[in-house]
Design a protein around this ligand. Structure first.
Ligand code: SAM
Length: 258
């Protein structure tokens, strides 16, 4: 709110999101695979490839913040890309997430990667809407993948991204979005509202969390509305400002800090 107090609805949303992700942390990948028929992996690969981390070689590599990075999915991909595609051994990723159970899962998985105990990977707990421990103008790239639709105040998070990015730094969002064809949308809605909560119940024993995830997709702003929020925070959004993936089931938004 304008007065810095959270409304009851906001507090409830935060508590709900916390409970959902604590509940799904361990079954998170299996569920993602089932829900998206494995396609989330292809979207994530494409997202990282298109950002090409580590490509502008500098003395220090890129300083990257992966927000709502939970289990480390995007962070590990970015470090693999910097290392294997660009031969860059200096790029660093800080994974931040509001939920300690998701971070614990990420820390555990990090030990199975080459980056586990190196200074190229760090984890921090924090709410994306306000990250006072991070300096202004300090990151080259800010990523958030399948996280921002859960934030209570998305606009606050976008402004915070703007603050901590360096001039020339890139804000990049991969998120579920809105399907643009009526026919495809009808099929997709049957899948998401019919099958996903059922799969959640059968695989994770948790219908409610998956019902919440489906509803949060429905409530997320359209591609154009979301692009305008990014522009309003001061970012330059090249071209139409977004790219649809799989007919708009997901989309990528990018903004550059001038
Ligand atoms: N980035 C990962 C991926 O692409 O698979 C994880 C996405 S997961 C669906 C969403 C994450 O957002 C959860 O780990 C949750 O804890 C986190 N989250 C929700 N609200 C947040 C907030 N306000 N600030 C930071 N993280 C938040």
């Amino acid at each position: 709110t304008h007065f810095g107090f959270e409304t009851v609805a906001e507090t409830q949303k935060e508590a709900k999101v916390g409970a959902v992700f604590s509940s799904v942390a361990s079954s998170y990948d299996t569920m993602n695979d089932l829900m998206s028929l494995g396609v989330h992996r292809l979207w994530k690969d494409y997202f990282v490839r298109s950002l090409n981390p580590g490509s502008r070689t500098s003395e220090t590599g890129w300083n990257i913040l992966d927000v709502a990075g939970g289990t480390g999915d995007i962070a590990f991909r970015m470090l693999d890309h910097a290392t294997n595609v660009n031969g860059d051994l200096k790029t660093k990723v800080t994974v931040s997430d509001i939920n300690n159970d998701m971070l614990a899962e990420g820390r555990k998985r990090a030990l199975e990667t080459p980056y586990g105990n190196t200074d190229r990977l760090a984890f921090m707990q924090g709410n994306a809407e306000s990250m006072p421990s991070l300096d202004s103008n300090s990151f080259d790239l800010y990523t958030v993948s399948f996280g921002i639709r859960n934030f209570t105040n998305k606009s606050a998070a976008i402004h915070e991204a703007y603050r901590i990015l360096k001039p020339g730094g890139v804000f990049a969002v991969l998120e579920f979005s809105h399907v643009n064809s009526a026919l495809f949308n009808a099929v997709y809605k049957r899948w998401s509202f019919g099958a996903i909560p059922l799969i959640g119940q059968l695989v994770a024993g948790d219908r409610d969390s998956y019902q919440y995830l489906v509803e949060s997709i429905e409530q997320h702003p359209s591609q154009e509305e979301f692009r305008d929020m990014i522009r309003d925070a001061g970012f330059i959004t090249p071209g139409v400002g977004y790219e649809n993936l799989t007919g708009g089931i997901a989309s990528i938004h990018r903004g550059v800090k001038p």
